[in-house]
Design a protein around this ligand. Structure first.
Ligand SMILES: [Zn+2]
Length: 117
């Protein structure tokens, strides 16, 4: 998914504005994950968040398997990154599908179809 920067910052600013209980440092790091393309959203709503020097974390609406979330029992940067990506996908218009050009049918094609030639 290509990320529209103005949409991303609009979503990010809403997250910061309404971030009661969220750690601002974690919100900032979550933005970095989304910008770096390190967050992949699966069809079931689970996100896979990967870092450089850390393992891959599986993040769902229920929680995250990283130590930060498990020990603090609060929203971690991976959960915030998942939330940002979901909001971003909702806010971003879907790309317009360009229809495939229909190949022109020639008289020879018609004859071949009709007569099996
Ligand atoms: Zn986490």
């Amino acid at each position: 998914m290509s990320i529209d920067k103005s949409t991303l910052f609009s979503v990010f600013n809403k997250a910061r504005a309404g971030s009661a209980g969220l750690d601002r440092g974690r919100v900032n790091r979550a933005l970095g994950y989304v910008q770096a393309g390190r967050v992949a959203l699966l069809d079931d709503g689970t996100a896979i968040v990967s870092g450089n020097a850390e393992p891959v974390y599986y993040v769902s609406a229920a929680g995250c398997d990283c130590p930060d979330h498990l020990w603090r029992a609060a929203r971690c940067k991976h959960q915030i990154a998942r939330w940002l990506l979901i909001r971003l996908q909702e806010a971003q218009p879907a790309p317009v599908a360009v229809p495939e050009p229909v190949p022109a049918v020639t008289l020879e094609d018609d004859i071949a179809l009709l007569w099996g030639a």
